[in-house]
Each structure stands twice: as C-alpha cells, then as structure tokens.
Design a protein around this ligand. Structure first.
Ligand code: PRX
Length: 661
C-alpha cells in the first residue's frame, strides 16, 4: 500500500479549494447540474450572443443510437482571442506581464504585457488577412518556443483560422503529411532556433516539407511566413547558405507584420466552430487530426488551470512543454491567458548552459507553479541533488507532472527536493483528445499518492470496464473510459468523423475510450497503468508501433518489422525493433544505421529506436498475427514467456533470445 500525502498547511492556507470535502461537493455538483456549474464560469467571458439556457450541453456517446457528437453552449457566439486579450486589457490587466520570455542563451530574454501582446496579435492577424487567410482556413505552424508562436496562434483564433501546430522536432516528411492532410494555406516558421548548442534549420526543413507536400501529396502551400529569429541576435551565415527563398511564396514576418495596424476586428465564432487542430499518433500509423472547438475548450482550459495549479493573481507560472504538443496549447497559451496569468515561456533545454537551468529560472522569475514531464525530472535526477540545492526554489507552491505515469521515486524527488516537502504535486492525466486535465490531484484539496493520477476533474465521470464492457465498481483494474463529455473534449478527427467514432466510441458503446488502462485502489485513487493498444510513450511522446514499422519496412533490405516497447529508466519507454531481412540481404551495422537514419528522416529524432535486433523469423500465431507479448519478453530478456502453444513455430523464440544484441 502506498503512502498517502496530505497537502501541506502552507498550500492549504493559500488554496482557493482547501478541503477534500469541498472538492467532492463541487465535483458532485458539476455532474448533477452541468449547466449551472459551467454557466457560472461562462459569465466571466464576453459573449456576442450568450448560450441559451436549457441548451448548454447535448451529446450522444452511443454509436448504436446514431452519430456520436458533443456540443456545448450551442448557439453562443464569441471569440477566444478577444477573451484572452481585449477582455483582460479592459479589465485592467493591460500592464500585467503575460510572458517572461527566456531564450536559449541566458542573456537573451524579454517580457511582454497583455496590452502589447494584443497589439502584436492584431498586427499579425491583419498580416494573415492580407495574405488571404480567412475564417476556416488552416494555418500550419512549425516554430520554436518564441513569442511569435503564441502571437500567430492567437492571430488565427482572432480571424477564425484553424491553426495546426506541428512540433518542430518532426521531420520534413511528417510536416508535409500534416500540412497536406489539413490542406494548409499558410505555413509559419522561423529562420532557425538554437537548442542548447545545436542550431535547428527550421526554414530549410519547411522548404523541404513544402516541396514534398506538392510532389508527394499534390498540395500547394500558398504562403510561408518566416520569423527572423536566429539572425536577430547572431547573424548566422549558415542559415542563408541552406535556405532558399521564393519571393512569391515566402515573406519575412518583420516585413509583413511590423507595419500593420494594431486594430483588428475579431471574427465572431459560433461556440462549436473549430478553434484548432493538432495531430496525434494513431495506431494505424496515420496521424489523427484532433479537432477542438471554441466555447467548450475555453471554459475547460480556464477552469482546469485555475483549480489544478491554484493560480492566483501575483503568481508566476511556468509550463516547460513545447507548444507543439497539446500541453503547450492548453497550458502555455490558452489557459494561462484566459486567467490573465503571468507565465514563463522558455526556448531552451534544461541542460544548457548547465544542468540547473530549470532551477535557476525558477529563482530568476520567482515561479510559483512549475509544470513539467517525468522524463525531464528523471534526466535531471541523474545529475544528483547538488544542481537543485544551489537554488532557493522558495517561490514554488504547486508542482505539476504530465505526459506519462510518474514513477514514485521521481515523484518523491520532485516533492521533497524540488518542492522542499511543502509543495503539492499534481499528477495530471489527460490526452490531446481531452483538451485539458481529466484526472488529477488538486493542490489544497485532495490527498496524493506518488504515481497515482488521483481523482476526476469537475465535469468528468470516469469508469473502469472489463473486457466484456462490464463496469468495475470499487477496487479493480480495467479500461479507462469516460461516461459523458466535459466541455474540453475533442469533437471530431479533422475530415474523418468515421474514424473518430471507430477509434474512441466503438469498443464500448456509450463511453469515450481513452486507450489507457487504470486501477482504482482501496481509497478511490485512480492509477493510470499505461496504453492498452499498440501505442508507445517515449519521453512523453506518443507514437504507434505501426507508424515505426511502416518506416522500417521502407528499407529494401527489410522484409518484416515488429516494434515493441521496453521500459527505460529515463525515457519511460524505449523502442525495441525486430527485423527480418529479404533474401540475400545481410543484417549488419550499416543496416542498423540506415534504419535509424530513416526513422529520423520520416518521423523525427525523438522516434529513433534504441535497439534494432535481427530476427530470423517472428513469433506468429497460426493465423499469422505477431505475438507482441512474447517480443516484449525477449526485449526484456525475460524467459518467463508463458504459453507458446498457439505459435506457428515455437523454435523461433529461442533463436530470438540468442540473437539479442
Ligand atoms: O497514455 C497516457 C499518457 O499519455 C497519453 C496521451 O498522450 P498525448 O495525447 O500526447 O498527451 C500528452 C499530454 C497530455 C495518455 O493516453 N499520459 C499522459 N499523462 C499521463 C499519462 N499517463 C499516466 N499519467 C499521466 N499523468
């Protein structure tokens, strides 16, 4: 049984929700009367047309009863950007710092107020309009962690364009596929970016991606808008050398945006109009364009941020996630701004110029809420406690974790050493699809257990189901599903509603299926146990085995590939690949190198496998299905493989154990 930690007196004394009883009461109320609960929060925002009472939420989760859909505040009209900026400026926050921006190099930093951010967003929105971007158009964004990234996302929201941010660690192939899938009219990028001592040639990757989009997918990107970022501080010959420039298509941000007017009328959007889309891995290998809409997402992002981080007026909040992932969307951009918060936006890495960069920034900006990923914590733990102890970290009150299950050792290190034993740890479970936190602890209210995601957020009704779809009540383990929508749930997969229904709603009609397993313990805590499908979580990056296998089999020397995950002390999981070769081909180091290079080129560096093993054959059932369960055991060198009687050729297993590199 794991130890229970209560919020410290310090955290409770500051908390807007200081007791477990209060949480339970509010959670109950949020389920009993969602309209009363969410309309209270909706009142804070500006509505061109408010939602009609009685029409607050409608949905169908039962695929057998017809089309699956969710609508919140149907009929209401608003604009998210207006609520994040104009409303806050009108409410007296114009001079408040929206972001402290910290560049890769410690000497490169700036700050921006809400008023100035509003001006820049309006200028950018006018620039986008000048290049023909209008309501409903898609804009792909491939950017480093700089203020312009936030600006262009909000500019899209101001004019009703749908942004599709692609993490700038993805390869040009991945970017091309994503831009073509959503038929992006414009691509926004920067000349380059430094990460630690490495220079990323972003414009060069975009040039390749635009070319591939046209040649491979028949999609033409009309405009490529480029922020002069690296050249701004360190004019860098290298970049010019590699970058091509197409005068028709390419335009410098500084030339298009800087002279625009700071007045830009917002596009008034229906509650269920798209706000943004974001690709996430799908188990078939083809990425899924998760679509979030306007009003519900705004309410949910706002509310989770307020309660999960217990953000209060003078606090400084920092989420280290890249804007290329959902965590960056909701908890770097939309939620903090909706709450008129002051945030840190950090371009660099935790390891540059030294391994204490995170801790030094917490002191520099007096950060009170710090939100990061277990993989980052584990990689920092290995440098020892000294780096942390050099800094005071007294400003911290709430620590957040996201992206993968956090192991108790990392949890304890986080709470005791980083948080000085006084901070609450919010282990937030959620997904690109959920828009915001769905299971979490709340700093002043809920008890915590190291490694448990805890309790449902307001409006969320989790359930555990067994294989047959029967509800598991009380203690037990099963499929983690949700019985009803909360406002931030995605509405569809872009251009493929059928896939949406099939992936998330067909296994258990009546429920949204997360694809994760979970366990409820004797105290009612929920523990997320990991994916139950063919997805892998490497350093908090979700990817599918099919996606990587598809790339490996592109190499002519490879006949078949099977990818499984192996636990990894820092990354959480690592990729372990089994390869059979085509007749006459040799498995040697050159093949391994070629395969790693191919994965890097097709997906991105973060997907490069740790291990590639030769397989004379793969363990398959008589019907030809690869038994991944056995491959996972081989990856672990665990000979306790259980029943192999269903295998077509059991001898192959012994061979594979022998061939382990
Ligand atoms: O498996 C779960 C894991 O990450 C998946 C979602 O990945 P993505 O859509 O990329 O979003 C990540 C950031 C929200 C989930 O299905 N996951 C995320 N957070 C946790 C987690 N697993 C356990 N505990 C968490 N706190």
């Amino acid at each position: 049984m794991s130890r229970l930690y209560q919020p410290s007196d310090y955290v409770v004394s500051k908390s807007r929700l200081p007791s477990f009883e209060q949480y339970k009461e509010m959670h109950k109320r949020s389920l009993e009367d969602p309209e009363a609960f969410w309309s209270e929060i909706a009142k804070e925002f500006y509505w061109q047309t408010p939602a009609e009472p009685g029409n607050f939420v409608s949905y169908n989760f039962d695929i057998n009863k017809g089309k699956v859909f969710t609508k919140w505040l149907d009929g209401a009209v608003t604009n998210v950007c207006f609520n994040l900026l104009d409303r806050n400026v009108r409410n007296g926050h114009g001079d408040k710092i929206a972001y402290y921006w910290e560049g890769n190099h410690p000497d490169d930093y700036s700050r921006i107020t809400y008023r100035k951010l509003k001006d820049l967003v309006c200028q950018c929105a006018n620039g986008l309009r000048e290049r023909g971007v209008t309501k409903g158009d898609r804009v792909s964004i491939y950017m480093p962690m700089i203020l312009e990234t936030v600006v262009v996302m909000l500019a899209c929201s101001r004019i009703g364009a749908v942004h599709s941010v692609v993490f700038a660690g993805f390869s040009s192939d991945s970017l091309a596929e994503r831009m073509s899938d959503c038929k992006a009219k414009m691509l926004v990028t920067a000349d380059g970016a430094w990460r630690g001592e490495k220079l990323l040639m972003l414009k060069k990757i975009c040039d390749e991606a635009i070319d591939k989009a046209e040649k491979k997918h028949g999609h033409k990107v009309e405009t490529c808008l480029v922020v002069k970022h690296v050249d701004r501080v360190t004019p860098c010959g290298q970049l010019q050398e590699y970058t091509t420039w197409d005068d028709e298509r390419d335009v410098w941000w500084q030339e298009l945006i800087d002279e625009q007017s700071t007045i830009c009328s917002p596009e008034w959007m229906a509650a269920e109009d798209p706000l943004f889309m974001l690709y996430t891995s799908g188990s078939t290998g083809k990425p899924k364009g998760v679509l979030h809409t306007t009003a519900g997402y705004l309410l949910y992002a706002t509310t989770t941020f307020r309660y999960v981080f217990d953000y209060q007026d003078k606090d400084v909040y920092w989420c280290t996630a890249d804007v290329g992932w959902i965590t960056g969307h909701t908890y770097v951009v939309y939620a903090p701004l909706a709450n008129a918060a002051t945030s840190v936006l950090f371009e660099g890495t935790p390891f540059y110029p030294e391994n204490d960069r995170y801790w030094s920034l917490i002191d520099k900006y007096k950060v009170s809420q710090f939100y990061t990923a277990p993989t980052a914590l584990r990689s920092l733990m290995k440098f020892g406690d000294e780096y942390v102890k050099r800094h005071s970290l007294q400003s911290l009150r709430v620590l957040g974790s996201v992206g993968e299950p956090i192991n108790p050792e990392a949890w304890l290190w986080y709470r005791q050493l980083v948080g000085g034993g006084r901070c609450s740890v919010a282990d937030t479970f959620w997904q690109t699809e959920t828009g915001g936190h769905v299971l979490t602890s709340l700093p002043g209210a809920t008890p915590m257990k190291p490694g448990a995601a805890g309790f449902p957020f307001f409006g969320v009704e989790p359930a555990l189901l067994d294989e047959g779809g029967q509800l598991i009540t009380g203690e037990g383990e099963g499929y983690l599903v949700f019985a009803r929508p909360w406002p931030g749930l995605m509405r569809t997969l872009y251009g493929d509603h059928q896939r949406y229904e099939q992936v998330y709603f067909s296994k258990f009609p009546g429920y949204y299926c997360t694809g994760d397993g979970a366990r409820r313990d004797e105290d009612g805590f929920l523990w997320v146990t990991g994916r139950v499908d063919d997805m892998l979580n490497v350093s908090g990056h979700l990817m599918s085995t099919a996606e990587v296998e598809g790339v490996l089999t592109e190499e002519p020397r490879v006949a078949e590939a099977a990818v499984v995950s192996r636990p990894h002390p820092i990354k959480g999981e690592a990729l372990y690949c089994f390869i059979t070769t085509t007749d006459g081909a040799h498995f040697d180091q050159s093949l391994v190198d070629a395969l790693k290079k191919l994965v890097r080129a097709r997906i991105g560096a973060f997907a490069v496998p740790d291990t590639i093993q030769y397989a004379p054959g793969l363990p398959k059932t008589r019907s030809g299905k690869i038994m991944r369960r056995i491959l996972r055991k081989i990856a672990l060198n665990d000979t306790d493989i259980g029943d192999t009687s269903t295998l077509a050729d059991p001898a192959v297993v012994e061979q594979l154990f022998k061939n382990r590199p």
